[in-house]
Each structure stands twice: as C-alpha cells, then as structure tokens.
Design a protein around this ligand. Structure first.
Ligand code: NOJ
Length: 560
C-alpha cells in the first residue's frame, strides 16, 4: 500500500456558473467562490475541482475554450483567480483545474489561424480531411447532434468536432500541438494550481484511418471505437506525464467515457506514469434504453453492485478509483439513485453518501450534494440552457423518434441542467445565489433545501457529510482497506466489508424504501463491534447477525 495525499483526500466539484454570484449579474463568479471558501473548509474537503474558468464564448458553458491563459470575463480576472488560489491554500484546500484539451472553441486563435489557410503553421493543430463524394469524411455523429464533421468552404475541407461544431477537436498527432498543451499546463502549475481533471481525455488519440462507424437507429455512425482509448492514448499520456506532471506533486483524474476496468488499471497503474485516477461512466449509465439516457429505464441494484465491484477488485492491487454519484453532466444523486420524495430525501442522501465514501477510492462531492439538492422539473423546454438538452429535444422530436412528452420526461430524469441550477444558499430570493436574475432558474424547493438551514440542523445531510469526511481521516482502512462484496445477489441491500491488517469495517446500505432483513454471512465473525456512523438512531448493543433495516438505512460498523 503506497500512501498518497490524493488517495486520502475528498474532492469537491465547483461548477462556477452556478455556485455563487458576487456582483449581481446572475452568473456565478470567482469572487463568489472566495466568499464561500469558509463553507468548504467547514465541510472538511481537501481539494476543489474547478470546472473551466477560462475565456470562452460559452457554447458549452466554458468547455469550449478560446484562451487557455485568460479568465472568462463573466467569472472575473486573473487577479481574482490568484486571490482564490491563495485563499484556498491558506485554508489547506488545493485546486484542481479542468483541462479541456480534446478540443478548443472555434474562436480560439489556434483554430482561427488553422482555418485561415491550408499552409498555416497551425493547420495541423486540428483535424482536417477532404470529403468523400460530397459527403463528410466519415459517417460519425457528434455528441451534441448532427455530423461530427463541419464543412469549411474556404479550403473545401471538413474539420472534426466530436461535440458541438464550435468545439473543433485538436490533432494530438501534431508534436507542436502537444508541446503547446504541455506549455500551457506548466503555466498553470507554475501559478500554483495542484492538478487537473482532464475532460474526455481518452478521446485524444484518433484512429488515423478514420473508418466509418456502425449506424445504430439514427442517421449517424458510431465513431467511438475509433477515438475512445485510441491507438496512441497511453503514449500521449505518458509523454504528458514525463513532460509536465512528473515535475510536480499533482492530483490528476481523466474523464473517460467508455473506459473499462481493465483499461482503467492501465491508465492509473502506479508504475505506468499516466494518471492518478479516471472517471468511468459504467454506474451512471445504468438504466439507459434505446437512445441511451434519453430513454431512461429502471435499473437494478445488482447491476450497480457488479459495476462497482468490478472496479474495486480490478484496481485492488494496482491503480486507484475515483468515486462519484453526480457531477455537472449528471442528474442529482438523490433523484437518480436514492429517493427525492420528502420523507426519504435526507435518509437516502445520507445512505448514498455512506455507500460511496466507504468504497475504496477518492470520493468526489458535487456542489449542492452536501445539502441534498434534487433534480428540477421545468415544464417548458425554453427554461433549459444546456446545449446537449436543447439539441436532443430538437433532434428527437423533429425526427419523430420521441414525443415532446417523452423527451421532457428524460430531461427531468437525466438532463444536465438538473445539476446546473444554482446552489441553494438560503431562503432569500434566488436562494441567495444572486441579487440579479439567475442565468438559469433556481430550483423552487430552495426554501426547504438550503445551506443556511442545513448548517443549523445538526441532523442534516451536511453534518453527516462532515462526519464521513472526518472518519476517512481517522481510519486508514477506509482509504486503503481491501473491498469485499457480501450478499451479492440482494436487490435491495448493498453490503461490503473493508479490511486492513486486523481491522474490519462492515458497510450495510438499504437502497430501497422497504423494510428489509439483513443476515450477516456466517464467515464474518467478531467479538466486539463499534458503530462508526448510521443515518438512523441505532442501539449500539443491538445484535447484527440478523436484523431489519429501515427504508434507506445505512450503518457502518468496525468489527474486532
Ligand atoms: C465532458 C464535460 O464534462 C462536459 O460538460 C462537456 O460538455 C464535454 N466533455 C465536452 O467538453
């Protein structure tokens, strides 16, 4: 077991646009983050993952960067950024930036140069190809709808964009481009940032043959086998590590749609010198139907347990897991995996937190999760802001593949704006997020769910998170212990043990709203037990060989 600070840390994600607005323009900003650092220090987190704050025309809320070394005007200035970094460090909070280097904005100077002429030295910073008989170079679809290729009449070539057409993909085959990215990373590390969360970083190496993809259901082919975990991906990450990361003591996490546990081990293996951890998507993709998340279906707890267990066991000897229920692209954790009805919201929020924080890996908390924020259900599509949601609504209804009611149902369950409504700070107007008009409406439930009330209530989800974070600092077993699933077939209970030397921790979580019987497997024996945390009042003397779990009950015992 190799001890590392980033294994022992808890990360908190800030989506700046929705976090806290300091100047009344309705958009969260860096000064707003500074105002709330005391809240994060009180919560006890170690690292902030900051979603992009760079200059951007905001086609995809900052994930389309037009200047990697400048701060978005909406968010403030470089002076504000430096102050935030200093204030965070004073509180022993590290800052991990979002590194978006699969693509830039089409308004980045590199792209404008690249587009200006076939002879530009920047031409091969991007992926340009001639068409095939008047059609795009491949049949690949883009993540935000339409073809993944955009025609440029001035050079009679197409450029690749796996996301929106305002997000052209960078060409990692170019050594000059790679060097420019590494220089930019060094610029931020020299400024004092502590690491990077890397946006879709397993997409950066494309199969240079550019084959067509299989057409499934709609008009476009699936190009992902030719750019996910592509041919040179490990070489590029090792080079990045050698040129940049190895020179600093950083925390790194690669966002990786379509990554398997076997590949996860390659990306995070200790001696391979690539990344510390990856975000896989397997658990957040459960319950996806014919059109993926746009046709949500019920999911089974056994599927979730199988996925978590595969990653826990797969990275047991080598590599490291990241643990998350939600982020700015996912619905709210309680609405997705727990129960957001009033009588179960707090209980299921605590249960989910227990389960995740007791798994082996570095836990991530998404802003608002610490107070149990829930999904929002705006009735009109016009109230939504997310490019993915708006394009999907248009594409699916226009093609007659889903009715407006069907797609709205999916948006309410799985749309990205569920996570992007402003953080609910208080009962004040607009939840205390802004004195102006928020760029996206506040969830109307802010009078019941807000930070101010949660901090005052010692029984709140907030105080429960604080206790979980403290426990991690007190028990090495929670960080480094070996994971073992028990009761694998149970569809309501997720239970597992963690063990380190002679220390055994037992985690029991009821994922259902029913009362369910828990029977401790006979091979788990102990003389004494200590209750570390629970979301109901528990009589510490109670026998645990066989007992009833209440709805969404969670308990953690230390057995000796
Ligand atoms: C993943 C990011 O998390 C998401 O918000 C973004 O839209 C895409 N990558 C494209 O950058």
């Amino acid at each position: 077991m190799e001890r590392k600070w980033w294994k022992e840390s808890v990360v908190y994600q800030i989506y700046p646009r929705s976090f806290m607005d300091s100047n009344g323009d309705g958009i969260g900003d860096i000064k707003g983050i500074i105002q709330k650092l005391d809240h994060l220090q009180d919560l006890g987190i170690d690292v902030i993952w900051l979603s992009p704050v760079y200059q951007s025309p905001n086609d995809d809320n900052g994930y389309d960067i037009s200047d990697y070394r400048g701060i978005m005007d909406d968010f403030g200035t470089m002076g504000d950024f430096e102050e935030m970094l200093e204030e965070a460090h004073k509180r022993e909070i590290k800052i991990m930036l979002d590194l978006v280097v699969n693509h830039t904005s089409d308004e980045h100077s590199w792209f404008m140069e690249s587009r200006s002429s076939k002879d530009s030295p920047y031409r091969d910073y991007y992926i340009w190809r001639p068409g095939k008989e008047g059609k795009p170079p491949t049949n690949w679809g883009a993540a935000f709808g339409g073809s993944a290729w955009e025609y440029d009449p001035s050079s009679d070539e197409y450029y690749l964009h796996l996301f929106s057409k305002k997000q052209p993909d960078l060409n990692w085959e170019s050594p000059d481009l790679r060097k420019a990215v590494y220089d930019m990373m060094l610029y931020w590390l020299d400024k004092g940032v502590d690491g990077f969360r890397m946006d879709v970083v397993n997409f950066i190496s494309k199969d240079q043959r550019f084959p067509d993809g299989v057409v499934t259901g709609n008009l476009y082919g699936n190009g992902s086998p030719y750019y996910m975990n592509g041919p040179r991906i490990h070489e590029f990450l090792q080079e990045m590590n050698h040129e940049v990361l190895s020179k600093y003591d950083t925390i790194t996490v690669g966002e990786m749609p379509g990554v398997s546990a076997e590949e996860g081990k390659l990306y995070t293996g200790g001696a391979r010198n690539e990344l510390n951890m990856v975000f896989h998507f397997e658990h957040v993709d459960v319950g996806s139907g014919r059109f993926g998340k746009w046709t949500p279906e019920p999911w089974k707890l056994t599927d979730l347990k199988t996925i978590f267990s595969r990653w826990q066991v797969g990275l047991e000897e080598d590599g490291w897991n990241s643990l998350y229920w939600s982020n700015h692209d996912q619905p709210r954790a309680i609405s997705r995996f727990g129960n957001d009805k009033e009588q179960y919201r707090v209980l299921s929020g605590k249960m989910l937190a227990t389960c995740l924080h007791m798994l082996k890996g570095t836990p991530y908390i998404y802003q608002g999760e610490e107070i149990g924020m829930t999904n929002v259900a705006f009735s009109a599509i016009e109230e939504y802001r997310d490019i993915e949601t708006l394009n999907a609504y248009k594409d699916f209804t226009e093609a007659g593949l889903l009715t407006p009611e069907e797609i709205m149902h999916a948006v309410h369950e799985r749309g990205r704006d569920n996570a992007r409504t402003p953080v609910q700070w208080s009962k004040d107007d607009n939840a205390g997020f802004t004195t102006g008009k928020p760029w996206i409406s506040v969830n109307p439930n802010y009078k019941e769910i807000n930070v101010e009330d949660a901090v005052k209530d010692s029984n709140s989800i907030y105080h429960y998170y604080k206790r979980l974070i403290k426990l991690r600092k007190q028990h090495l077993n929670i960080v480094y212990g070996k994971y073992q699933l028990i009761l694998a077939e149970d569809e309501q209970i997720y239970a597992f043990t963690r063990s380190l030397d002679n220390d055994l921790i037992l985690v029991i979580c009821n994922f259902s709203q029913e009362i369910v019987r828990f029977d401790l497997p006979a091979d788990i024996t102990f003389k004494e037990k200590e209750l570390l945390i629970a979301n109901y009042e528990v009589d510490s003397g109670e026998e645990i060989a066989s007992f009833n779990l209440k709805p969404y009950e969670a308990r953690v015992y230390r057995l000796k």
